[in-house]
Ligand binder design. Structure first.
Ligand code: ADE
Length: 254
């Protein structure tokens, strides 16, 4: 998979993703990240890409020309390399607080693309006309406003790339599997067996796999109910019968 990041701060993106698991996977060639500086497509001698907003209001807006030219540079580059056909339009994700909230199923959906372009805004945003022209998905990472789209773009690359086979080692791949069921992950413990007078829950030392599974499910349910009542209600709607059976048999408590 190839990620193409349209940004005014390419080093921020490349340095961030060049570390740790994503960095190793890029080195191994499991996916690539190409951050393209939209300032290189400024059409004036000062390299300015922003201007005042029509109609007034605070702040500057990124102009449409450099954004479109950056997109076309990425697209025609892929055409020339024979990676896409000349008429192919790319999937372009625009990072914006006005977008649809990002989630795991979006990450799974994005991971099916061979090429994913991520457009990072800055200042007050980007001229709407070019967004209409190239953007396929408007995505937010939460109900708060950041100074730019680079951190959100890095989050998307991280969440999507960990779904690519080989990016996570065997030790890491199981982590958060429970999230796929719609519940939050249960608490986990490692050595030492006693820390600050707190013991590891006994069942985890029992070696009884079925009981461990029930305990983990119970903990996931408790945690999800407390921290994410919205997810808990959804889970109950689908799994009510299954859970009631387990409660009846005394396997879990709700
Ligand atoms: N850019 C600024 N804030 C953002 C947010 N919450 N999500 C995505 N992109 C953003």
């Amino acid at each position: 998979m190839r990620f193409h990041i349209m940004t005014l701060f390419p080093d921020m993106v490349m340095n961030g993703l060049g570390e740790s698991i994503t960095g190793r996977a890029i080195e191994k060639g499991l996916f690539s990240v190409n951050a393209v500086n939209m300032r290189d497509f400024a059409n004036n001698k000062y390299n300015h890409v922003d201007d005042y907003t029509y109609g007034g209001g605070a702040g500057m807006l990124i102009q449409p020309g450099p954004v479109y030219d950056t997109y076309e540079y990425i697209r025609t580059g892929l055409v020339k390399e024979g990676k896409i056909s000349s008429e192919k339009k790319l999937r372009v994700v625009y990072m914006t607080p006005t977008g649809t909230p990002f989630n795991q199923s979006m990450a799974e959906n994005f991971s099916k693309e061979e090429d994913l372009v991520i457009l990072c805004g800055h200042y007050e945003g980007i001229d709407e006309r070019v967004l209409e022209e190239i953007v396929t998905d408007n995505v937010s990472i939460g109900d708060f406003v950041l100074t730019g789209g680079e951190l959100p773009a890095m989050m998307i690359v991280d969440a999507v790339s960990r779904l690519i086979p080989g990016v996570l080692g065997c030790d890491e791949s199981a982590v958060f599997e429970s999230f796929y069921d719609g519940l939050l992950e249960y608490p986990q413990y490692t050595r030492p067996p006693i820390f600050m007078d707190k013991e590891v829950p006994e069942v985890l030392l029992s070696g009884h796999h079925q009981n461990i599974e029930y305990w983990r499910l119970e903990q996931s349910l408790k945690r999800t109910k407390e921290r994410r009542p919205d997810l808990y209600e959804k889970y109950l709607e689908v799994n009510k019968e299954k859970l009631e059976k387990l409660v009846k048999k005394g396997k879990i408590k709700l």
